[in-house]
Each structure stands twice: as C-alpha cells, then as structure tokens.
Ligand binder design. Structure first.
Ligand code: PAF
Length: 510
C-alpha cells in the first residue's frame, strides 16, 4: 500500500473509500518519541488494519498561550518516524481544517465533570474539554475501529473512554503502558525542554513513586506525607500527589485492590506528570455459569492468552466426588466426611498437552472425573456444607496472590467476591444440549438422546440454582454473556476486551 500524507479533511473521506480496510488510529501532537513509536508499532503488530497517525497540536487543550507557542514542533522527523514504524497514512491538518471558522457544526465538548474535576483538571482549566473536542472531531472524520492511547496520560485515557461510551462511538480504545526513558522518567514530548538539573529532579520524583509502589507491596500502606516531605526537601514543586481509585479518581478506599498514586510537579517552565498503580494482589477474573455454557473452554483460552493461572473449581468438586465414590465413603455422615476432608490434597499440574491435570491425593483423575457417573453426583456432593467450605477455602488459598481466572458457579459471589472482572456465561438449554451432544470427548453424552440431555441439563440447573449453600446466581456486578450464536473465539475476545478495559496494561505486565 502506498504511504500517504493527508492534509485536508476532504482527503480523509477519499482515502477511507479506497483503503478497503478497518483503521487503527493513533492521535498525536507530534514531537514523536519512543512512547509514540510503541503506540504505532503495537497497532501495526496487533492486527492487519491500516494505521493512521495524526499530528495536530490542538490549541483548545492548552490553557497557557506560551505553552502552546513553545510546544516542540519536529514535523519532518515525525513523518519519518511514523512511516518507519508502521504508519500507512499520516494526517497533518491545519487548525482551520479541524476548526473551520464560523462552522456551527463543530461541537465544543465538555469532558466528564466527575473525571475532570480531579488531578490535572483542577489546574488545567478547559484542557480535557479541548482534548474531548479534538478527539471527537477526529474520530468522526476518521471512523477508526481502534483508537490507541498511552496510559501515561491515565486521566485523559479515562475521560476519552467515557467520551466513547457516552457518545456511543463504535471504536475500541486500546492502551499501552507508560514508556520510560533509560533513567526511569516517563517519556514525554516536553522532556526536550528540561535542563540537566530539572531532569534530575524528575528522576527523583519518578523514583519516589516506584519506591512507594514497592513499599505498598510489602506493607499495603501508602505514606503520602512522607513522600511529600521528601520531595519538598529536594525543592520539588508539587502540584498534586494523590492516592485514588483508578477508575473513579475518587479517594482510594482500604478495600480497593488496585489504586493509583498520581502526581504532577513543576520543573522550571515545565510541568510533568507520573503515576504508579498500587496493587494488593494481581487481578482475578471470575467466570460463573451453568453447566454446558462453554465456561471451561473459554476460561482455559483466556488463561493462556492473558498468562493467568487457570483455576477449574468444577474439577475440584468432581475430584472430591470421585474419591468419595472410590473409597465408598458415606458422605451423608458428617463425622466420616470431616475426617476425610482433613486428609485431602487437590493439586493442578500442567501436562505435556499444554493443559492441566488434576490430582487428588496423588491420583491423576483428569479423565475419570468427566464420566456420567461423576456428572450425576457432583451437584449433590457440592451442595454439602462441609465440602463447600473446605473447597472454597482451598480455592482462596490458591488465589491469595491473584493472577488467575477461575471458573465455577459461586466464584464471583462467594469465592472471590472482590474479583476485578466477573462474567456470568450462559446459553439456552437447546444450545447447551447441542454442544454436549457434539462433544467428542464425552462418549456418554453422545449416546444419550437430545431430549434426555435437555432434561438432565434442566435438572442440573435446578439443583445448582436451588441449593442452600452457594447456589448458582449471577453476582450483582457480573457481566452476563449469552453465548448462543457466538464462536468460542468471539466470546474469548469479548472477555479479554473487558479485561483490558478494566485492568491497566501497566498492571498486566507486572
Ligand atoms: O495525548 C495527546 O497527545 C493529545 O492529548 C491527543 C490525544 C493527541 C489529543 O490532542
């Protein structure tokens, strides 16, 4: 494809008509650095869409005329860098193109009040309104499938996500982690203006944030006053330093598993921002739903793609059922059950087929636990209070440091009620019976006629939803996905997109 430079809004229309592809859009204000390069190359490597980089210094987002005049302009180098790193087209409009004088069609937007009345919004009056206005204008012109933004400007990212949501724009926002220079300071077009001493101060500030993050991991505590005291002792002028909830930007609460420590400082004429995410444990995805909804297949794939641990709680209940049958234990008798539970160990181990085996008391039971005999008894056994309490405790131990995706029936409600993402995966009875029937791995399901399969599924749903302890119910904050008509990959992508939307990339790579 010929690489092109577009300068007029009308040219965008023509270009879009000719490319015959979806668009990845990377908006910039020029003076490109490695952070922008990472955005462009991520877009290029992620899919086969056409990549459009825009370079436009948006006057509406500058609250200070001098800052606008001094904003570094390096257009020839920007063009070179963009094309070298994967841009197929570059859009370099003039101010008149983006904001034609006397054009009433240009809407001046207001950023979300809640999100813009914190952090930078407190001093940079009108800044986020200007960002929203220009991005909305560009999105309407370019109509991209994906919009790539950096997490360095976390507040901007939240505000633009909110804009896309409230304006119901058909574009997916993809983010990349803050990119840092060799000395740890975040890459920014403004770094070019820093003197040696100013750079040293920023390094001190960024380093203090990193130290705070490490301390938080050990102590689960943040000592804001101490950090402020240290920064002041270095004569660093602090505009703000706040510990907030990462999505609402309200004060962080003790129960927040993920929070953000964000700060802005002034060095000479330059104002710089940086942040770190603080985490009590790595994120957890809870996937609940009835039998046959596709949970296992979907959860396994998500675990692989997101490099998370896969916790198959159903297999734990099945393994325990298998042992109770094998050892002929009268599980209705409380004392016998208590005794056996004391000596049970269930572990998962990766096997050669890149899957995992489940062991109970050192027996590998991966295959046996899928038999119809176990299927017909597992719901009953999993409704026993002692069994439930024992396995929930085991599951919580596995999930103590997070970094897992767990599937079951009570993950989002009982096991991990504070999971970052909760999905309730379901499908109609007809669809689930059809899937069971075509499941080559389950010989028994293939032998049963479809009508009986449907009745069995209904019975299982009834038992699971009506048992006294941890019944199958959708958590209030779970997102329901009805999988009828969707391929497995489509469901997996949908869940991964939700995860990426909620969990900063900066946390995912830790
Ligand atoms: O982050 C930026 O560079 C700008 O705010 C953006 C998104 C290009 C809008 O002008």
């Amino acid at each position: 494809m010929n690489k092109v430079i577009l300068r007029k809004t009308e040219e965008i229309e023509n270009w879009r008509r000719n490319i015959n592809s979806e668009i990845n859009f990377i908006p910039t204000m020029g003076n490109l650095h490695n952070g922008h390069i990472k955005l462009i190359s991520t877009a290029k490597n992620e899919n086969s869409n056409v990549n459009l980089v825009s370079i436009f210094v948006n006057p509406l987002q500058f609250d200070n005329k001098l800052d606008l005049e001094n904003y570094p302009k390096t257009i020839d180098n920007d063009i070179k860098i963009s094309f070298e790193n994967g841009a197929d087209a570059i859009f370099i409009p003039s101010t008149e193109d983006i904001y034609p004088p006397n054009n009433e069609k240009i809407t001046l937007l207001k950023a979300s009040k809640k999100l813009s009345s914190a952090l930078c919004g407190l001093t940079r009056i009108g800044h986020f309104d200007g960002v929203c206005t220009v991005v909305y204008r560009l999105l309407n012109l370019i109509k991209p499938r994906n919009l790539y933004l950096g997490e360095k400007d976390w507040q901007q990212l939240l505000i633009l996500k909110n804009l896309v949501l409230t304006k119901k724009l058909n574009v997916a926002i993809k983010s990349i982690p803050t990119q840092r220079d060799f000395d740890g300071i975040p890459l920014s077009s403004r770094n070019i203006n820093l003197s040696k001493n100013e750079r040293k101060l920023i390094r001190f500030f960024s380093n203090e944030l990193l130290v705070a993050k490490e301390n938080f991991q050990k102590e689960q505590k943040i000592r804001l006053k101490e950090i402020i005291r240290k920064l002041s002792a270095e004569k660093i002028s602090i505009e703000y330093l706040e510990h907030l909830h990462p999505h609402t930007l309200q004060k962080a609460r003790v129960e927040d598993n993920i929070s953000i420590l964000a700060g802005a400082i002034r060095c000479g004429e330059t104002r710089l921002i940086d942040h770190v995410f603080l985490m009590k444990r790595r994120p957890i995805i809870a996937i609940d739903g009835p039998a046959g909804s596709g949970k296992s297949t979907v959860t396994k794939l998500i675990a692989k793609k997101l490099k998370l641990l896969y916790l198959d709680t159903g297999a734990m209940y099945r393994a325990l059922s298998w042992l109770l049958i094998k050892e002929d234990i009268d599980y209705e008798k409380e004392n016998k059950l208590q005794k056996i539970l004391k000596n049970i160990s269930i572990v998962f181990k990766s096997n050669d087929n890149a899957n995992q085996d489940v062991f109970i008391n050192n027996y590998c039971v991966t295959e046996e636990i899928r038999s119809q005999e176990i299927s017909s008894i597992v719901s009953k056994i999993s409704s026993i209070k002692e069994v439930r309490e024992f396995l929930v405790e085991e599951q919580r131990k596995i999930g103590e440091s997070g970094g897992l995706v767990a599937e079951g029936r009570d993950i989002g409600t009982t096991v991990f009620p504070d999971a970052e993402l909760k999905i309730f995966l379901t499908a109609s009875i007809d669809e689930r019976a059809k899937r069971r029937k075509s499941d080559k791995k389950s010989k028994e399901s293939q032998e049963i006629d479809i009508h009986t399969l449907k009745e069995l599924i209904k019975k299982r749903d009834f038992e699971d939803s009506n048992r006294e302890i941890s019944p199958l119910i959708k958590a209030n904050d779970a997102i329901e996905i009805i999988t009828d008509g969707y391929s497995i990959n489509e469901v997996v992508d949908q869940i991964i997109n939700l995860y990426n939307y909620k969990i900063p990339k900066e946390i995912q790579i830790q």
